[in-house]
Write a protein that binds this ligand. Sequence first.
Ligand code: HDE
Length: 709
Amino acid sequence: MENSFNAENKKLKDLEKNHLADEKGAMTTDQGVKINDDHNSLKAGDRGPSLLEDFILREKITHFDHERIPERIVHARGSAAHGVFKLTTSLAGHTKAKLFTEVGKEVPVFARFSTVAGSKGSTDLARDVRGFAVKFYTEEGNYDLVGNNIPVFFIQDSMNFPDLVHAVKPEPHNEIPQAASAHDTFWDFISLMPESMHMIMWTMSDRAIPRSFRMMEGFGVHTFRFINEQNKSTFVKFHWKPKLGVHSVMWDEAQKISGKDPDFHKRDLWNAIESGDFPEWELGVQLVPEEDEHKFDFDLLDATKLIPESEVPVQLVGTLTLNKNPDNFFAETEQVAFHPGHLLPGIDFTNDPLLQGRLFSYTDTQLSRLGSPNFHEIPINRSVNPVRNNQRDAHMRMQINKGASSYHPNTIGGGCPYQAMMQDGGFHSYEERIDGKKIRTRSSSFMDHFSQARLFYNSQTKTEQQHMINALQFELSKVKRAHIRENMINQLTNVSLDLAKEVAQVLGVELPNSPVAPVNESKPADADDAHYASVVRDPRTTTDDALSIIKNVKNADKSRKIGFISTGAYSSDRLKSITEKVEMAGSKLMVVAPTLGNIRNSEGHKVKVDETLFNTASVLYDAIIVGDEAKSSEEILANSKVKEFVMDAFNHCKPILVLSDATTFIDELGLPCCRESMKSAAELYIDTDTDTFMASLRKHRHWEREELS
Ligand code: HDE
């Protein structure tokens, strides 16, 4: 059997090779017949009607007519890359999965990042959760870790998922708005689902507008199980930690990027990999011994909760490196089929009711999206371990199964394929003891909806809290129905009265003096009233620094795009030394000038222009260098595009290096915050020398600037 599979596989590979070779040769029909004329249909006379017998035209148009497949219901817009995973620390004590025990072995992977709400052609910079799905092609079979860049989810039970998605997608009557949660149906649903408040805190934070896929964390979200050789189980939560650190953009910036370059994240990932700047993440695990299942003040099975890193530290155990872009977007990124149920021996599910629903959904959706139960035969979905079973036929079957038996048990096929013993790697579900009534309810251990929302809000810096307030003000002010805005303010009072107050004041909603029980708060039938009230409205304010982006800034000077804005002439000595420093840090300097081609420096040498002031924008750079020793500040800022560049960079708190006379430059800029009392460059966080500029870059942003105006 194995030989026949390998032979088939080889045949397919040869076919693929031939196919590729053919692209360099003569054009053919799908049947391999060489085409002599691909520009004119067959007609009766040179001005006559086209003929039905034109099989070449019919084949071309029929194929074209069927080119699209349904986009994913959620996570439709995505970008992906190939890479490798390498384990650095064995988890053999906890799991028998070779992926997590064979240190140093390179396992091929395919990772896809996505936005959730928008269609395939929507913008990358929507305020949204990002999908972070990784397929590991291991020798024991495919393993998919299908996670997000936020460690919790909106809902606790899969029963609510279609409603959540209907609510966030464009409204059904007019299909507006695209890729945005700022509309009535989303907030109506959220205002009636108190359990969503923790996730809402995350989506209203800067986590929902990442600077790059390469600069976001990933989380498995659910609690999974590891099973070791002795069949002992350990609970596990998975984390991806980006080596470039976690960085985000600002909301105003995100909206502008959406117009200037809706493919910003897609392009960023593609270009980084093409230039050999391979993105990397460390895989982390939080391990909880089975005996400790109930030691937390939340339920490990509740996907709206995380395990604070301050309670269970994340152990780093391996590295993911993405090192190759796909050859074909459709064949790979579009057709890849992830599934949280693609598991390996040594890894198992828990009874998280959100996860349990997903186990059904992902195969089901592939059947309608990819059209056949044979989707595992599409090259990107194939297991590297040979597939042998008695599943047969169906649409688009590629494998040519040989022999007379397609059932088990059999004698005709010599009993093959046979069932693998557990000790030979046969998958064996964890023998969890289950003893319960068949019941349609929510466990009372799932009832605390606000403690972790508060934990998240309280763990943020003032700047981050302000961004969350601004986000809620923006989103909720887009809601037309006043009662939805009111319901939302009531929800927020349970997270923080201060937060609720700040948001309420721009919504024209009156703020209650104390937390208000949200509409539709569902108290589990078995919960005691007093206990329920104390848990749900628990005023504790704990913090965990791991939840803040700003408290953990690192490597912000790496892999950045810095715009050198030129109006024509500058001192080459200065540029050379800046370029050297920027490149040494691992970033890139791009020359932006009024026209493409070359500009001349002050010594008359030609310098290549990368982008023009008209085809790019400040929001597409991480930092800018502007000014010119050969020109006055007045001359430089007379160009309105340059002024716009600087103003945006200033407002988005980006590092700015000014090479000309800074005082006049600032004066000419006419920053609103400095009109009355002229501020110095340092007070405005504008740099005038390269070293301070490089230090600014390492901070990512000068958030202090937000407080100037
Ligand atoms: Fe998904 N989800 N999901 N999801 N999800 C899909 O599967 C679903 C959930 C996630 O790059 C779909 O192939 C249900 C949580 C990612 O191809 C669909 C529920 C998390 C991706 C589906 C959830 C995710 C998907 C759409 C609640 C984080 C993109 C197309 C019970 C842990 C994978 C597809 C890719 C995609 C269903 C909740 C992550 C419809 C029913 C929680 C990253 O099957």
